[in-house]
Design a protein around this ligand. Structure first.
Ligand code: FUL
Length: 477
């Protein structure tokens, strides 16, 4: 009885202490370079190398170097295509699992230098990094640790080889925005598997290029989304627990990578990778299997629209150019995005924020500018939204959270009302970098957003209202 009373008396204190402890726990948040990377939203992947010429997806590593001979290589054309698609950068497979280096590495004898292409004087990375600079695109590099050609693969010496190759990349072709580590770990030419020295690899990049963001299944800066369809989870946390995990087979379950961990200790947002064709490398017989603009738009809704970045693979062909079918599809994809999100209906309305005392006007949160935001704390229900003078018909809402201090919204609710009458209710879980919600067209004169569950203060930086072509939404499901 006595101890019960004591507990009762102590209860407020315990609750207060609990809240303090929760507050004291630092929320993971992005580094400035992660934030800048998240704002890129969409960029291209280019798989290019001996496989382009042998029609394979995974080379053995014993392909003769002369096979690589892109007679009309034109990295400036790649960049023009990327620009026309509205992509913000290009990541190139500098070395795939076959070990062939698209640059004349001093640490390999299986490179462009050993090929007849440009009499052994060619360097794809040099051309592409220069073209990216010229066209204002970010440059990224995929480098596969798995190497089916290198004689040292499977021995500790190979870890040094890999480090030295990365040093060449950063020294000769930087700045490198993103470095892409494939987790695959198969056998090398000696039939041995490599024990990768991930901590050494990470330390090397940190020292040489601290602003480069590193992708792998488990980061440290960007995580794989857990599938190769370009699909993030409807619930998508930017946070992940990585203790005890490694890239490749030692990675967390794929569905964990798709959703992240709500209370994950590290800020490791998802990147959704997918190819515009069935394969990653160019195959002539896939020329008529290029994804249509409508399909790409559906992928965009499931990647960028669920808070991830979209890395879309567009493989150059044997001549060294992007095929016309791929570029036509990319231009169509851009048009669909512009048509869908070009006209901002929210601008026609007035923003509001209901504090616990009154309804206050706020700037309409509809300019895609993440630095202007309204903070919703958990102490009082504080819905915010937009009121239109007269009803508008729309079928799409875009929400954004300003992530500089972390990600907080765990469950939200949107109410669409007309003359104060509820006409549609929508609920969802995470918002994050961007959340695109589509629904059947509805006429409403107000949109109200409220938080149902939150980890901390939620900083809403965008409530965008749009009318998307209905036919595109059908493709979504
Ligand atoms: C995988 C690789 O094995 C594929 O060939 C491709 O490069 C894809 C993006 O990653 O792990």
């Amino acid at each position: 009885m006595r101890s019960k009373l004591k507990t009762l008396l102590l209860l407020p204190l315990l609750l207060w202490a609990g809240t303090q402890a929760a507050r004291a726990q630092p929320q993971p948040k992005p580094s400035p370079s992660q934030l800048a990377w998240q704002d890129m939203e969409f960029y291209l992947f280019m798989h290019f190398g001996p496989n382009t010429f042998t029609d394979k997806e995974w080379g053995q590593g014993d392909e003769p170097e002369d096979i690589f001979n892109p007679r009309e290589l034109d990295c400036r054309q790649w960049c023009r295509v990327a620009r026309a698609a509205g992509a913000k950068g290009i990541i190139i497979t500098a070395k795939h699992h076959d070990g062939f280096c698209l640059w004349p590495s001093r640490y390999s004898r299986h490179t462009v230098r050993e090929s007849k292409w440009k009499n052994g004087k060619g360097d794809v990375l040099k051309e592409l990094s220069a073209a990216c600079r010229e066209y204002g695109l970010k440059f990224g590099v995929y480098i596969s640790p798995w190497d089916r050609n290198h004689p040292d693969y499977g021995t500790p010496a190979y870890n040094e080889v890999f480090v030295n190759m990365m040093k060449e990349l950063f020294t000769n072709y930087g700045p490198i925005r993103e470095l892409w580590w494939d987790g695959a770990n198969g056998e090398g030419p000696n039939g041995k598997k490599q024990v990768y020295d991930w901590p050494l690899f990470r330390a090397t990049v940190k020292k040489l290029s601290p602003n480069t963001v590193i992708f792998s299944d488990v980061g440290p800066h960007i995580r794989w989304v857990g599938n190769e369809n370009g699909e993030a989870g409807e619930t998508n946390w930017n946070t992940l627990d990585t203790e005890g995990f490694t890239p490749g087979l030692g990675a967390p379950p794929q569905d964990t990578l798709t959703t992240g961990n709500r209370n994950g200790k590290h800020w490791i947002p998802a990147e959704a990778d997918v190819s515009i064709r069935p394969g990653w490398f160019y195959h002539k017989e896939e020329d008529d299997k290029v994804k249509t603009p409508e399909l790409l738009f559906g992928i965009y809704l499931k990647s960028v629209g669920r808070g991830a970045a979209l890395l879309l693979n567009v493989p150059p062909d044997r001549s060294g150019r992007i095929h016309a079918n791929d570029s036509a599809s990319l231009v169509g994809f851009r048009k669909l995005r512009e048509q869908s999100f070009g006209q901002r209906l929210a601008k026609k309305g007035k923003g509001f924020f209901i504090s616990h005392k009154e309804k206050r006007p706020v700037r309409v949160l509809d300019d895609g500018n993440p630095s202007s935001f309204v903070t919703v704390t958990r102490l009082q229900p504080q819905p915010l939204g937009i009121e239109f003078g007269k009803p508008q018909t729309f079928n799409c809402i875009v929400l954004q959270e300003n992530l500089a201090e972390g990600q907080s919204c765990a469950r939200f609710r949107i109410m669409l009302t007309n003359k104060k009458e509820l006409v549609r209710e929508i609920s969802g879980t995470t918002i994050g970098r961007k959340r695109i919600i589509c629904f059947p067209a509805t006429a409403a004169d107000a949109v109200t957003l409220s938080m149902e569950e939150q980890k901390g203060p939620v900083r809403i930086s965008e409530i965008g209202v749009f009318r998307v072509d209905e036919r595109l939404m059908e493709k979504k499901n």
